[in-house]
Design a protein. Structure first.
Lengths: 180, 432
């Protein structure tokens, strides 16, 4: 069986039956995005490592209860986002805000390339708004799916997105008046 | 599409990816978390374990032993069966296969390893405690409280009014409790997990590591008179927990306190004393009732293994006549305390501290027993300056005595001269 060509649903079915190869393919397919979501929300590589790993452990541990007819990615991303938000809310940050922003920037932009100005502004968003921005623009989820992932009404997603974009525009010097 | 939307999309679409090491580690952990295999795949299990064991044995040496353990971790699905016996790994410590981290603090030096990748070997420290998921560690170094992050960097540090004697991270994990020694005495302090808002709770305590109640709403400590006290965060007051023995006689001064791992506001509290006593109480936060007391000679440590069972460790009580160090398992009941099982180790080794895991295993700190005369050293099973952390089986409940067999030594330190015949004055082991 060509696992690389199999659908997520088929891989979940095989993984439920004990196929570590199928589970490994699911991991390979979804690990990078899950990790980037964790990084985007927390801004720290080490924390992203822990959260994304923990999310996969929880997801695979609960795989027998997962309905394979449902899409795997939103379910996984829900676990990632909830873990990241829980961690940030309960433990708070173990470094100061300024340090966090600098670390986030360094983690996102180690080669001194990319849109530093915008990434700095994203790092300064509240975690709730940051999560919505990452899910929408980093992972490409539509608002209705983000609403399901976060367990909030679609209207809340739209309003958080609008306010986040407004804040980002304000945070980026001179706003954005044309193609970049 | 709004140009600014596209700009955000481009910026976030270019986020860097995870590094290879973290990806490999996560892949192993994720695959190990899969549900128990079906009958078809279970047949492959012995082959996988045999292959992993063969890889570990073929490597040889300390590095290969660690590598073998990691490979075994990757190959084996989750299992309640103990890991295969591993050769001692000199000067190294490894995170337990089914735990998040382990630490040993021996005579002022710290060794620790966590699954998130933090490793410390031989760092001078007076106190140490892992966070609930072993992602962070709090250290007492001189007159500073230091928290280290999973990447090994210092997350924050805090100047304290004196040297730190003991620290404990709350299960919730918002708070850290610590005891400092100042010019005028010992003080119990609290600080938030991010280093904010340090505040003194009381200045009349003994230099004993505090213990958190499982709901994180109360802290047990020993006061200046040696009484086991409980500070309740909800009321902001401390009270004497279990003020008297059930037979009316006075309690001896406490040297260690430990809350049971469950029970909420009514969690039981155990403490060991300077004399041959382990006291246990079900009185909980209100401090009423009396203490059931157990008499065991030469106590070194005590720890809860469930909401009503305690294990204690002892030194050899009578030298040549009774040369073994003992591990005893007790259950607290309404009628008192009853023995449920025991194990022995020795001669030539002393059990100094104990840390139960939730899977029926114990992490046991074992130090060499100093001989009465240097010539005796050759007959000793373990050099007096050696120190080990071993995984051992729980003593059988109600069964016969069991001689302890190491289930994989994860730490063995022999940096001291055996001629000095140094007896370890302090040892702490913990795991998450």
């Amino acid at each position: 069986v060509d696992l690389q060509a199999a659908s997520d649903s088929a891989l979940v079915v095989r993984a439920k039956r004990g196929s570590r190869d199928a589970a490994g393919e699911l991991f390979a397919r979804h690990w990078p995005a899950a990790w980037r979501a964790a990084l985007g929300i927390t801004g720290r590589r080490a924390m992203a490592d822990d959260i994304a790993q923990d999310a996969f452990e929880r997801a695979f541990g609960a795989l027998s209860r997962f309905d394979e007819h449902r899409p795997f990615a939103p379910w996984l991303h829900r676990i990632v986002v909830n873990r990241a938000l829980d961690l940030l809310r309960s433990e708070r940050r173990l470094v100061g805000l300024d340090d966090a922003a600098e670390e986030a920037l360094a983690a996102w932009d180690p080669d001194d390339s990319g849109d530093r100005e915008l990434l700095r502004a994203v790092a300064g968003l509240s975690v709730e708004r940051r999560a919505v921005v990452i899910l929408r623009y980093g992972l490409g989820h539509p608002p209705s799916e983000i609403a399901q992932i976060l367990g909030v009404p679609v209207g809340t997603v739209h309003s958080r997105l609008a306010r986040a974009l407004e804040e980002l525009r304000g945070g980026v010097e001179g706003g954005c008046r044309g193609p970049v | 599409v709004d140009p600014f939307d596209r700009r955000v999309e481009n910026a976030l679409g270019d986020l860097p990816g995870p590094d290879e090491q973290a990806s490999d580690r996560a892949r192993r952990a994720a695959l190990n978390a899969l549900p128990t295999p079906t009958a078809k795949s279970r047949r492959r299990l012995p082959l996988l374990m045999a292959a992993a064991l063969a890889v570990g044995l073929a490597g040889g040496g300390a590095v290969a032993a660690i590598g073998g353990a990691l490979r075994d971790d990757a190959a084996s699905p989750p299992s309640r069966t103990p890991p295969p016996v591993a050769e001692p790994v000199p000067g190294k410590i490894a995170a337990p296969l089914q735990g998040a981290g382990v630490l040993a603090l021996v005579d002022g030096k710290l060794w620790l390893a966590t699954r998130s990748g933090l490793t410390i070997e031989g760092l001078p420290a007076n106190a140490a405690a892992l966070s609930p998921n072993a992602r962070f560690v709090v250290l007492g170094i001189g007159a500073s409280l230091v928290v280290m992050a999973p990447d090994g960097r210092r997350a924050w540090s805090l100047a304290t009014p004196g040297g730190i004697v003991g620290a404990a991270w709350a299960p919730n994990p918002i708070l850290i409790a610590y005891v400092v020694t100042t010019r005028t005495g010992n003080e119990l302090w609290l600080v938030e997990g991010d280093g904010d808002n340090p505040r003194r709770i009381t200045d009349a305590v003994a230099p004993v590591t505090p213990s958190w109640r499982p709901d994180s709403q109360a802290i047990a400590f020993v006061d200046r008179q040696g009484r086991a006290m409980v500070y309740d965060r909800t009321t902001g007051s401390a009270h004497h927990s279990g003020p008297h023995r059930c037979d009316g006689r006075p309690l001896l001064p406490a040297t260690k306190v430990a809350f049971a791992p469950s029970g909420g506001a009514n969690a039981k509290l155990a403490f060991i004393t300077k004399g041959p006593q382990v006291a246990m109480s079900g009185s909980g936060a209100k401090g009423g009732g009396c203490r059931a007391v157990l008499h065991v000679w030469s106590l070194t440590s005590a720890a809860w293994i469930s909401s009503d069972e305690v294990v204690v460790t002892t030194r050899p009580a009578l030298g040549i006549v009774a040369p073994n160090s003992r591990l005893l398992r007790f259950r607290a009941t309404q009628a008192g305390v009853e023995e449920k099982g025991s194990s022995t180790i020795g001669p030539g080794a002393v059990m100094l501290d104990i840390a139960p895991a939730g899977d029926g295993r114990l992490a046991l700190a074992v130090g060499g027993d100093p001989p009465a005369h240097p010539k005796d050293f050759g007959r000793r099973a373990m050099p007096p300056s050696a120190f080990e952390v071993r995984w051992v089986k729980m003593p059988p409940a109600g069964g016969p005595s069991l001689e302890i067999r190491s289930m994989g030594t994860v730490l063995r330190l022999e940096g001291r001269s055996a001629r000095r015949a140094v007896q370890y004055s302090s040892a702490q082991v913990a795991w998450r």
